[in-house]
Design a protein around this ligand. Structure first.
Ligand code: CUA
Length: 318
């Protein structure tokens, strides 16, 4: 419990009205469950004391006492507890489960689950990114959640409830952030070997910063400027990289892996498993299987120089 409560991904530090409701409901559940637990322990203690005290009749020897106990704790108490919990849950969850109406939301973002990363698209613009969703603060965002393969579940605990991504379906959830910040999210449905390493960040920023970010995301890739980066671009286009990844504005049009057009602007790599630093990017390209075992990204078998060049090229994609 202590470990689950720390870090940047706690339901108990909500940053949206929706997440506030979920926290309130969580406290109600915890409070009532605590009372039930303590009651059960008290009954257990009572039984133990009665058995240990000589001369007292055992439960069962007097007919009226056990019947009353069964009626009280077997029917009356559970009924009261479950009905009140149902009432409390209903108040909060009805608001949660209503899908966001397009009229109330200013922006739609497509979030597509893959084994094991998140594709993020901004309909109406050319912007495509991965594992990082930027949204303007104080703005209701309609997230359309779908999957390219198996069932995933999109969950950013500080901002919204979970939404499953089910093959053949499009589900929707309202994403809203009251304060600017980076909010960690996580796939919440077991989806294979690297399910635990399928994370993402939601970056909520002021409107102007968001608009600048989106404009940059929608633009085609920058051309490499240094000789190393230019060599890296040639290696990238000639090798397997280009058949799996798209870099808009180049011949790389693959749709298997994440769009890399502005890779260098992202804070993390590989479903937020590692940071996007030059050293970690180089290590990831050179040996993805030793960093994320089972990942769809293969070890390419290129030379050390070629990995350096590809890394230099990708570092320039801002
Ligand atoms: Cu995707 Cu678990």
């Amino acid at each position: 419990m202590v470990l689950a409560g720390c870090g940047r991904q706690s339901t108990l530090s909500p940053r949206s009205p929706q997440a506030h409701d979920i926290r309130t409901l969580w406290w109600w559940m915890l409070g009532i469950a605590t009372v039930v637990f303590l009651g059960a322990i008290a009954m257990l203690g009572l039984a133990w004391i009665r058995r240990a005290t000589p001369g007292l009749p055992l439960v069962g020897e007097r007919e009226t006492v056990p019947q009353a106990l069964v009626l009280l704790f077997g029917i009356a108490v559970p009924l009261v507890v479950l009905v009140s919990l149902f009432g409390v849950a209903d108040v909060y969850l009805v608001r949660q489960t209503a899908p966001p109406s397009p009229a109330r939301t200013a922006l739609t973002v497509d979030v597509i689950g893959h084994q094991w990363w998140w594709e993020v698209r901004y309909p109406g613009t050319a912007a495509v990114t991965a594992n990082e969703i930027h949204i303007p603060v104080d703005t209701p965002v309609n997230v359309v959640a779908s999957t390219a393969d198996v069932i995933h579940s999109f969950w950013v605990p500080q901002l919204a409830r979970k939404i499953d991504e089910v093959p053949g379906r499009q589900n929707r959830v309202l994403l809203y952030a009251s304060t600017p910040g980076r909010y960690r999210g996580q796939c919440a449905e077991f989806c294979g070997f690297q399910h635990a390493n399928m994370s993402l960040f939601v970056v909520a920023q002021p409107r102007a910063a968001y608009n600048a970010w989106l404009a940059n995301m929608a633009a085609p890739a920058a051309s490499p400027t240094t000789a190393t980066a230019q060599a890296g671009e040639r290696v990238f286009m000639a090798s397997q990289c280009a058949s799996c990844h798209e870099i808009r504005g180049t011949v790389a049009r693959g749709l298997v892996g994440p769009d890399l057009t502005h890779l260098a602007t992202r804070r993390t790599l590989a479903g937020a498993e590692i940071r996007n630093t030059p050293a970690e990017l180089r290590a990831w390209i050179a040996s993805p299987q030793s960093i994320k075992d089972g990942s769809r990204m293969p070890n390419l078998g290129l030379s050390a120089t070629e990995y350096d060049e590809i890394a230099a090229y990708l570092e320039g994609l801002r």
